[in-house]
Design a binder for this molecule. Structure first.
Ligand code: ADP
Ligand code: ASP
Ligand code: MG
Length: 438
């Protein structure tokens, strides 16, 4: 039987009680041979994730301030788990290495990765399963780019013939052994990489909700659980902000045709969400699968009379953004105007230089930037075959008194995306979900 890879998120491994639940889940199915662990997350709403404490240590150290109190908080998190579960583990020795590294040559990604490293070591000791370090298997280039094929080969080689293993999520290393991390939430990606490398029959992603929900539960109370969803729908929703699964976790699983099952560590009997290529007929026909969104976008608006006659105008604008490393999200155009929606944080890194280059290279009649845009995506395979979905979305938003600042229908008819003011974001999501449910 092919194995199952089980990734447990931060809240699933936040304290000793959660470790016990994880052990019960792992032991309940002998096929759960490969376990990927996150760092301890929040134990309650007011708590701090160990990863955030580690970033704080790095910031303090680089500002010449004392990181010892933050390190002590981290120590207390792991010590509590160790002591309550009577795990024999050289915690102070391991923390000594980390503190020495922090003092000698602070490195941000190395520091951030130590939550996963220590937690996976603890979990491995608790389960009595070997620890396999991601530093030797998950490959990055020296400048921090993830190397997909090299990683797949290294992971497959390291895990060939291995009966069981616990692998830390979130990080890997370059050839020189320097640690690099994925973006936040990246343990989901590691889980998918391990699943691909061991040719798993299933990638289980264990978290604190019983699957992917129709929308963000922090905005709409008790949304329905999506029982089946395609990789493409999931990718759209997670890219747009449905943060339950890291957007890049879809690719390795999809490439290998491995279904992903999102499950709840606190309610292991719930079936959760199944993500695969093929959907059961009812799921394939439903017009809308989910609604997601996020804040933090800006619109660059460029006006130029007779722009439509000038070949390459749009390309030049996008080239300027590309040259500054700013990816574009959407690009709605008019006859004499072109606007580009970008991530505000990405633009902020080079805002003045980008605007100067646009002025210099394009001499527009008008150039402006509007910040404070939120984007909402309504996603579903069945949308293309059903009339009136767009009308219902727009009327819902209008009835909520919200002004739509941008509309984009993806070329695949898999989504409709609207832009609204950040202040209107939650109200618009609520109105859309309410209308679509009727
Ligand atoms: P983990 O630490 O297990 O990786 P995350 O915090 O990364 O868990 O992801 C789970 C959280 O994602 C949920 O607790 C929920 O608040 C949030 N979330 C946002 N949008 C959705 C959605 N559409 N469906 C389910 N959860 C969502
Ligand atoms: N611990 C990391 C984070 O908080 C990675 C993860 O949880 O997936 O982002
Ligand atoms: Mg996560």
């Amino acid at each position: 039987m092919k194995p199952i890879v089980a990734k447990f998120g931060g809240s699933s491994l936040a304290d000793a009680a959660q470790f016990r639940k994880v052990a019960d889940i792992v032991r309940a199915d002998a096929d759960r041979r490969f376990v990927v662990a996150s760092a301890p997350g929040k134990r309650n709403a007011a708590d701090t994730k160990v990863t955030d404490l580690l970033y704080r240590c790095y910031e303090l150290a680089t500002q010449g301030q004392d990181a010892a109190p933050a390190l002590a908080l981290i120590r207390a998190r792991f010590a509590q788990i160790m002591d309550e579960l009577s795990i024999d583990f050289p915690l102070d020795e391991e923390l000594g290495v980390i503190a020495a590294q922090l003092a000698a040559a602070p490195a941000r990604d190395y520091m951030a990765s130590r939550g996963e490293y220590l937690n996976a070591k603890l979990l491995a000791a608790y389960l009595g399963v070997p620890f396999v370090d991601a530093a030797n298997t998950v490959r990055f280039s020296g400048d921090g780019r993830f190397i997909a094929e090299g990683t797949n080969e290294a992971l497959a080689t390291a895990l060939r013939g291995v009966e069981r293993a616990v692998i830390p999520g979130f990080y890997g290393a370059d050839e020189a052994g320097r640690i690099h991390t994925f973006t936040r939430g990246g343990s989901d990606v590691t889980g998918a990489l391990v699943a691909r490398a061991v040719n798993a029959r299933l990638y289980e992603n264990w978290t604190d909700v019983s699957g992917m929900l129709f929308t963000d539960p922090r905005i709409v109370p008790n949304p329905d659980t999506i029982r089946h969803i395609s990789y493409r729908e999931l990718r759209e929703l997670s890219y747009m902000g449905a943060s339950v699964l890291h957007e890049d976790a879809v690719f390795p699983a999809r490439a290998a045709g491995i279904p992903i099952n999102i499950r709840n560590t606190n309610r292991p009997a719930d079936a959760g969400t199944m993500i695969s290529h093929d959907l059961p007929p009812a799921a394939a026909q439903r017009p809308v699968t989910g609604v997601a969104g996020r804040k933090g976008f800006s619109t660059l608006l460029v006006e130029q009379s007779l722009m439509n006659n000038e070949i390459g105008f749009g390309a030049r604008l996008l080239n300027i953004l590309a040259a500054h490393g700013v990816p574009f999200e959407h690009c709605p155009t008019g006859i004499d105007t072109i606007s580009v929606v970008v991530d505000t944080a990405a633009l902020d890194a080079c805002r003045e230089a980008v605007l100067r280059q646009i002025e210099l290279q394009m001499h527009p009649d008008h150039l402006s930037v509007e910040d404070g845009l939120a984007m909402i995506a309504v996603v579903g395979h069945g949308m293309g075959g059903q009339r009136g979905i767009a009308a219902r979305i727009f009327s819902a938003v209008a009835e909520a008194g919200v002004n739509i600042r941008m509309i984009d229908q993806g070329s695949s008819e898999l989504n409709i995306i609207i832009g609204v003011d950040e202040a209107d974001y939650e109200a618009a999501v609520r109105a859309i979900c309410e209308k679509l449910r009727k």
